[in-house]
Each structure stands twice: as C-alpha cells, then as structure tokens.
Design a protein around this ligand. Sequence first.
Ligand code: HDD
Length: 677
Amino acid sequence: MKSDNNKQEQLEQFTRDDRGKKMTTNQGVKVHDDEFSIKAGERGPTLMEDFHFREKMTHFDHERIPERIVHARGFAAHGEFQVYDSMKEFTKADFLQDPSKKTPVFVRFSTVAGSKGSGELARDARGFATKFYTEEGNYDLVGNNIPVFFIQDAMKFPDLIHAVKPEPHNEMPQAASAHDTFWDFVANNQESAHMVMWTMSDRAIPRSFRMMEGFGVHTFRFVNEEGRSHFVKFHWKPVLGTHSVVWDEAQKINGKDPDFHRRDLWESIENGDYPEYELGVQMIPEEDEFNFDYDILDPTKLWPEEDVPVKIIGKMTLNRNVDNVFAETEQVAFHPGHVVPGIDFTNDPLLQGRLFSYTDTQLIRLGGPNFHEIPINRPVCPFHNNQRDGYGRQTINQGSVSYHNNSLARNTPETSTELEGGYKHYEEKVDGYKIRARSKSFKDHFSQATLFWNSMSDAEKQHMIDAFSFELGKVESKSVQKQVVEMFSNVSTELSQNVAKAIGVKLPELKETNLKKSSPALSQENTVKSVATRKVAVIIGEGFDETELKEILGKLKKQKIKIEFISNQLGSIKGKNGETIEVHHTFLTADSVLFDAVLIAGGNKEKKDFYKKATLFVHEAYSHFKPIGAIKIGENLLGVDDMKDSPGVVLSKHSSDFSKDLINAIAAHRHWNRDVV
Ligand code: HDD
C-alpha cells in the first residue's frame, strides 16, 4: 500500500521482512545449518574456518550500544502534525504555514534517571521529544512534561545527573530521586526549588504518555519573513487531559507491569485509539522582553498561562508503532539545535549548553559522525555538503570535489540566500564582558515555586507533602533533611512544617510569604475530563446477570471505554441464563493498579475463594480513589457500609441511570474526598 507519508516511504526502503525467506550470511551466502559449529570430529574443537559461526557470534557480541546517559528508558511512535491556521505572521517555518500539509513526526517519551530496563512509574520528569521531518529539514522539539528545569546553566548538568543517578559506591537506588545525593544537590543548588515542586507533584507519575503535557521548556524565537522576532514557549496539550496515578499505585505498577506506559501507548495505537496532542505557543514580542517580574530567559521560570495565553496552533496524532525498537527508538538522535528557518535560539544558558551536548553524546552512543544517515534520523528533504567519510558512512558521494569554494564543480553544492531558504541566524545585538556568573535577574528561586504550591488543590497539596515526606524519609543524612526543610520553608510554611513533622526534624521558622498569586492552569484538577480509552476491570463470576451487564457494557463501549473481564480462572464464565463471557485475566495475572475503574458484576454461584480475591481487588481500587460501580449481585463485594456511600462509588440499585452515573464517575478520574486510610 502506498503511503501519503514521505518519512514512512523513506523508511520502507530500509525495512525488511525476513519471514518466508531463505537464511543467508551477511555476505548473502545461503546457510546450510544454523545449529552446530564445525568441529574436528563430532566431539572435537571448533574450527576457525567456520565463517558462519564467526559471523553470527561476532555480530551478537557487538549488539549492544551505550544507553543514553539520561532518558535511557524510552518508547516511541510515528505520527503526523498539522497546523490549524498559517502562523505566517509570527514565523516563516514552512511546516507551520499550510493547514493542508501533514508533516511526519517521530516522538520518543522517556523517564530521565532510570536505566534502560527500569520501571516506568518512577517519580521523575518524562521526556517528550518530537522530531518533525519537515521539507526544510528536521526540526526537533526536545522537551519534558514539566515546563521548568532544575538548573539555569548547562555547566551544572553533569552535577545534577551525578546526584540523581544511583550513588556510585553501591549503584543504588535505581530510577529514584529518594536518596541522599539528590537531595543534597537540591539543598545546595536552590534554583532547583521550582522544578522539585513539580517532581514532588502528581505530574511526576503520569497515568499515561497519552495523558501528559509536553513543554519545550526554553524560550525560543519565532522569526517571520520580515525578520520580526517573538520569544516563544512551546506546549503540547493532550486531548485526553493531564492525569496521574497515586504514589502507592505507581510503586505497585512498577512490580506488576514495569512496561505499563509503553504497553498503554503501543496498545492504543494498535487499537486505532491514536494519541493526540495539540501544539500551543506562548509568544512575547521582542520589545516586551523586560516587562515581566521574572527573566523570560530563565529556564526555572514559566510564563503563567493567565498572563501570556497559550495559542493553540495545531495537532499531532501518533498513528503508527515502530517496526523495530532498536533501529528506530534506540537509534533516533534528537537535538535541540536541529532547527529550521523561522525558529531560532535565545541566550538561555541552559539551552546554549544543550546545543553542544546532544551531538557530542551521539558520537559515542551511535559510534561516529554519520548518525544522520541512520534511516530514522534522515531528513525527508535532500541533503548535500562536503562532509565525508567516518565510521559507517553510507552515502557514496561521486566526483572529485569535496571542498568549498571550488570552481571544478561550479562552486556546488552551493549555499542559499535567505530568500531561497538558507538558514540565517537571527541577528541579535550582544554587547558585554566575558564573565562566568549567574545573571542577577536569575536569582529569585522561590516565587514561582510558591505560585505552583498556591495553584494546587487540597488533594494535590497533600500528595506533595506525602511525596516530600517519602523522599526525605529515605534520606539518611539528618543534615540534608534539615537543609531541605529549611529551603522549602521559603516556598510554603504549610508544606515545610508538615514535611518536618513527618520526617522528625525540627520545625523550620515560620516565614511569611506575601505571594498569594495562583495559576489555575497548573492544577490537574482543572484539566480535560474524558472517559475515552479508560480501562475498566469487570469482576465477573459464575451466575452473573447477563441482561443488566450487557446493557451497561454497551453504554460504556459507546464512550470508547475499554472493558476487560477478570475472574478466578481463565476460560468461559456462564451467566444465570446460560450466556457465556470469555475472561481476559485472573486475579493472579491482573491487579487493580492496572485499571482506571472497577465494575463489579459478581456472580451468584461463586464461592468464598472468589469473594476473597475479588474483595481485595476492589478494596485496593477504592484506596486509590478509583471509580467503582456495582450491579446488584456484585454489591456484597463492597464490604463495609461506608464504602457504599462514598464519592465515586455507584450502585445500580440506588441509581436511576447507572451507566451515566458510572461514566461521570470515571470521567472525574479520581475521587479524593473519600475517607481512605
Ligand atoms: Fe537533555 C537527552 C530533554 C537539559 C543533555 N534530554 C534528552 C532527552 C530529552 C531531553 C527528552 C531524550 C531524547 C530522546 O528521547 O532521545 N534535556 C531535556 C530538557 C532539558 C534538558 C527538556 C532542559 C530544559 N540535557 C539538558 C542539558 C544537557 C542535556 C542541560 C547538557 C548540557 N540530554 C542531554 C544528553 C542526552 C539528553 C546527554 C542523552 C541522550 C541524548 O541526549 O541523545 O545529551
């Protein structure tokens, strides 16, 4: 089938299906036997001349490449991006001009600290890196799901990462910031305060890659045809809203299904439930650079959406899973310096340092300077220059000339004027002393951390107090614990006092912060509420009520809610009128933490064992504030009476429109005002 996606077409040239083919060596020689090496006698030593053995073994011995120093654990998908209306007024970037144009994209999501095999529900920022294969070259938006960063200058990045990674003397803990060196770094690098507030919030344990925001973090520039510039911050807004799990659940998911996020992404795409994100931009005209009470180039600051509105300009849809994780997801090389005409950098010192680091890291990770020729990294437009040779070079450049200027090739490949699409850097006037220092305008570390705290709902605040208490509770050094509590007393007295109590350190002095401002856009309570693709576990036993269940399930499915049946054993379960349902999981193979909601269908012929396991399942979902529905025979699984009267628990016998009430309860995501121990 011919595709209308030129990146996919390009990749197809390199894609191979080995099924049904004859086996050959890499030299193309047909293989006679792939099970035994050649030996001198049946019980004798292996012979060096066995080229088939040597080739197979050598290739195997070299299969691994270094994992990414950060963002090692990631998962990716293909898709496309379309702008809603031309952005000509602000930028000349070609892929942002024509609403009918689809630009292929490749997006890799990741955790930051954990190694390649670590669990996906770590408390951590998530990477959200997008490669746009535009007709003017590749544009990479290499962002996170948190809009600010821990540090302000790239010089400190190795220190930050050394502090958060497992401690070098014993390689512990894996994929976790809950240890001494990380919190020691925080206390001694106080610009981290704002981002730490985010990583201690629910944002750091997303429900799904499909339900998290993305941010370019830095301030970039848009430049239009006339050369006029706007400062710009990029946002991805998930169409399904921004949702999280709770910490106890996250830790359990890591054991029950360490692949929870990638499985969710993979299955959604396989099912045709394509994840969608709208692209938003906040823009500040160049002349307004100094009109804010923070420095707009400081990467530890966001621009509150209420002050600088997010203009939604287009949509990205992820619609194809990769064919091969190593070839695509592992070998993709992102770089914040991959820009196209119309998008440019600012002097944010964190961004400036990133511009060096990303090529540098690919040289060791992908083994040399030709990583742009790896299929997933190739632009879809032609590329020509005088760069030659190096490990793994694939292009066969013809001719004798590989220098500029030349006359022998009529000075080609030739450069392009700006009008012809040549990338011309924005001509910004810069005047100053060479100096190693932090700008004075970067010195307020706490105001926006307080803004974040003020913007949280009561439940979100409690989660943050618990998260700080968990993390600092794992810290062994009393001194580090005290320093951190003291530091966060600059952010919120309520936060620091509660944490101090929980971890048993002296209460910090009361500090009155006058900052009352909040930004409602920062709270996940105010996000889109959608039930589409939510996973409901239906607990079902022998003798369930077919008539009632069928009607409810029909209505849930209409809302694109996913249903999975769980019982004591696999196979068919019979209803009271003899109809059967195939069970997807047993109480052994599934767990409530892997679902968004529970519907108890029950069964009147089940015995004690079923009820014991089912009750445990339901109670755990309840303790994670999940919506629970019970149809008549299932009700006895709810046990204690106050559970039946709790928010988010819907009983068919009390409800005139049970399905509607259940759907509303699922849309609310979690029901925090429950009395849960
Ligand atoms: Fe970075 C990878 C995002 C600061 C150095 N970074 C990496 C990835 C993401 C980010 C999403 C994974 C890309 C992929 O999936 O392959 N990084 C960020 C954000 C930052 C940030 C949003 C702050 C705003 N990073 C940052 C700094 C430096 C680096 C300050 C160093 C100066 N980052 C790297 C790296 C990585 C990387 C070491 C590891 C693998 C790679 O680049 O390709 O070069």
